[in-house]
Design a binder for this molecule. Sequence first.
Ligand SMILES: [Zn+2]
Ligand SMILES: [Zn+2]
Length: 325
Amino acid sequence: MAAAATQQSRSIWRALDLLGDWATLLILESYWLGARRFGHIERLTGLPKTVLSSRLKILLGAELLRQREYSCRPPRSEYRGTRKLMDLFPAALAMYQWEERWGRKDSKFVITLKHRACGDSMAPIAVCGRCREELDPRACAWKAGPGAEFMQSGYARRRRRRAETTVRSGLLDTCFQVIGDRWSGLVLHSVFSGMNRYDELLSATHAASNILSDRLKWLCQSKILCRQAYQRAPARYAYRLTARGRDLYPILVALLAWGNRWYPVAQGAPIQLSHQSCNQPLELAFVCSACRQPLELGAIDATITTAPAAKLTGDANHFRQLHNS
Ligand SMILES: [Zn+2]
Ligand SMILES: [Zn+2]
């Protein structure tokens, strides 16, 4: 695993550089909740105007959103998701699946998904697209692909805002705390790639040691990772995934696939994942928990309600709108 320790995937890096940001994820969540206009996004996210404006600019620049004029006098425009945003559908399903299993149960919102083909309410289940076995990272292998390259840390330092996590309670809160911090995302990506020791993680993530220590401590406190001593004097630890942590795997696979599609490396995919149960390259897919049929974009009706039962927005057709827009 020594070679792996010095190689990183540019695509996951780019994906997390853009999406590994709490405020950005809140904006995307509000989009999934049906918000299209600045004021509506502001109300749903609770973000200060300046933060919201800067993140919307980033999302426009990255071509996840585009502006569409809905009135010319006075000129007013709203935000629309692009194909690149729609392509985050598997990542959104993966986040939803994780939050259902492991997230806080006191969320302000309740989301109910209905599979249009079978008519049942259901949860998405991440599976191998080839053999349909439920995804378990322990049955998946990782190897560096032709496009793997040595990565230099290129992050602008943005501070984690832990205080924000207590400010609001939305749909995907817990999940956002983990993925919405790019360093935590990179640490997890490295652990999933088979790196477990502090030094390996340090060189794989290119994080400063205080940042890495901080994230490891936080990931252990959040019961995503656990620490096992492998040497007594001096004390040395290996970091292992808990069941809760292992379940984040589909999210990272979805983000990796998204990064590969939208930020391709000329030489080929930087990371090759394979499913050992069927011995095929890993392709993430989702099936309906009720009928076990594959879930495609546009196959799900989402109803979002605030707790207790008052409707928040008319977003039942949101995934369909995404599909048709
Ligand atoms: Zn398989
Ligand atoms: Zn179904």
